[in-house]
Write a protein of this length. Structure first.
Length: 177
């Protein structure tokens, strides 16, 4: 016997269950595809593109101003406050961390700093309604340049997300890196 009912007998109940299961799986697959397409479309509509980066967003959307460069940190000018520009950049690529520069001696109120694994971004009020966007060429140079602002929060080690030290203490039983 093959497991099929004899001709003229009752239908196999598993056949109906298999058909229902296949319909449910098909609906899930279709909904998943639409959700993925929607997410990609929303990212492109925000200007982030597929696989976009904050660096790409800055270089493509803001005006380069070499007169404002500071060492290994390139300057751009953007319309909007530092907080507004930070939101635009964050939409392009989510930073590892974001800090306000309004605390401590010498810091400028409204300043924002964005930490990425390969670079840092400093946002400073420039003139009414504009922001000086400072993009470091690499993480270490950005960290050393902005150490007075972010040194208490970020580590000098590239690709280390979060606060604290990237080095372990020495001493007996302390263990090294």
């Amino acid at each position: 016997m093959t497991g099929q009912p004899p001709p003229g007998g009752p239908p196999d109940p598993r056949r109906r269950l298999n058909k229902t299961r296949n319909i449910i799986i098909g609906v899930i697959v279709v909904l998943t595809v639409f959700a993925l397409i929607g997410a990609c479309t929303a990212r492109v509509a925000r200007g982030g593109g597929i696989g976009g980066s904050a660096r790409d967003h800055i270089t493509q959307n803001y005006e380069r101003d070499t007169a404002l460069d500071e060492g290994d940190v390139d300057a751009y000018v953007a319309n909007g406050t530092p907080a507004e520009v930070a939101n635009e950049i964050r939409d392009a690529e989510r930073p590892s961390d974001q800090r306000s520069g309004a605390s401590g001696a010498g810091n400028i109120a409204g300043t924002q700093f964005l930490q990425y694994p390969d670079y840092l971004v400093g946002l400073f009020p420039l003139a009414a309604g504009t922001t000086r966007v400072m993009l470091s060429r690499d993480y270490r140079s950005g960290y050393h340049h902005y150490h007075p602002y972010v040194g208490a929060f970020w580590v000098p080690t590239p690709r280390y997300a979060g606060s604290g030290s990237g080095n372990r203490g020495g001493g007996s039983g302390g263990g090294g890196k």
